[in-house]
Design a binder for this molecule. Structure first.
Ligand code: ATP
Length: 335
């Protein structure tokens, strides 16, 4: 029944005109009663569906804050990303789920989406907060056949994809704080975590999971816990509008498919660097590099082809900064 629901919703969404009950029955090989039941379920979930006798059904509008398996499936226009989809109303961490699915042999492109993450993870053991009904939290499982030392660039490919999708959907500017925080008006709307698992021989990638948490419909700064409030914001706070998270996921995955294909051509960032740097807020800026081996300041000159941040230290020394271990801050604040 679940598949029928997603299929029927997809057909209604993609039809400009009425779809007759008979068309739906023929197309999905189900009875009139089954169609009627699904339509009623959709209406109960908040979809406005007009039914006109002699013509059929027409989707007028769906609930803007709806996130469900059918909603996502009906909006997905990708070729491979998200074609295998797992949706959880609540889970610990979508990255943890995706790694489990990676172990279980799920294919390249599998996506895990959750409305609530109760144990969302950031880099180096930090936590990521999600408020129910507001965030887009998802993880993409990849099975690359390139060598492990290229994997860190996937994070930058996803960062560019999220920034571009956010701009497309909101019409507002989204910047990147190297390597992978997405920022609007100097505050963070999205964090990411990429994790790699190697084959037992440790010479090949078994799979990579790249997860992102996007603050979409948080209504006010008070929606964030106190400790992140000064640096966190949402698409809604910045633009005054609510967005459909499944629609945003579709745009992010579409961009990722495109950008990942460009990345695969050269296995470096040469085809994406220009666009990435256009979004890079640290470009030409004074930065503080929080390196566990010792903090230092300098001027960021952009990224190299491997995605490292080129920093000219105050003593004139030019250093590529590798993302793995460090955080970068503006001299006087978060960016
Ligand atoms: P940075 O430390 O520079 O923010 P990072 O990549 O090291 O970047 P992440 O691992 O992406 O950080 O995210 C974890 C951090 O993000 C947390 O320590 C917290 O400060 C902040 N944070 C947690 N939840 C949210 C949220 N919903 N919105 C914005 N920021 C958040």
């Amino acid at each position: 029944m679940k598949t029928d629901k997603a299929d029927i919703l997809t057909l209604l969404r993609n039809s400009e005109d009425y779809v007759s009950g008979q068309q739906l029955c023929d197309r999905f090989g189900v009875t009139r009663t089954a169609v009627w039941k699904v339509i009623n379920q959709l209406k109960e979930e908040g979809y406005q569906i007009e039914s006109v006798s002699g013509k059929g059904y027409r989707l007028i509008e769906g609930p803007v804050d709806m996130l469900s398996e059918s909603e996502i499936a009906s909006r997905l226009q990708t070729e491979w990303a998200g074609r295998k989809l797992y949706y959880f109303a609540s889970t610990g961490s979508t990255n943890t789920d995706a790694k489990r699915l990676g172990e279980e042999g799920e294919p390249h492109g599998t996506v895990v989406v959750a409305d609530i993450q109760t144990a969302g993870k950031g880099r180096r053991g930090r936590s990521w907060q999600t408020l129910a009904g507001t965030a887009l939290s998802f993880t993409l499982l990849l099975r690359p056949d390139f060598v492990p030392d290229k994997a860190s660039m996937i994070t930058l490919v996803m960062a560019l994809s999220v920034a571009e999708a956010v701009e497309e959907i909101t019409g507002a500017a989204a910047g990147i704080k190297w390597p992978n925080d997405i920022v609007m008006n100097r505050k963070k709307i999205c964090g990411m975590l990429t994790e790699m698992t190697m084959t037992p021989e440790m010479d090949e990638i078994q799979y990579v999971v790249v997860g992102a948490g996007i603050n979409v419909n948080n209504a006010a700064p008070e929606d964030f816990q106190e400790e992140v409030r000064p640096t966190a914001t949402s698409l809604r706070i910045e633009t005054g509008q609510q967005y459909n998270r499944a629609g945003l996921l579709n745009k992010v995955l579409l961009r990722f498919e495109e950008n990942y294909a460009v990345f695969l051509e050269t296995l470096d960032l040469s085809g994406l660097r220009e666009r990435y740097q256009k979004h890079l807020l640290n470009m030409g800026a004074q930065v503080r590099v929080l390196d566990p081996a010792g903090e230092y300041t300098g001027t960021a000159e952009g990224i190299d082809m491997q995605g490292e941040l080129i920093v000219v230290k105050d003593n004139g020394e030019r250093t590529p900064v590798y993302a793995g271990e460090v955080s970068v801050r503006g001299l006087y604040g978060y960016v």
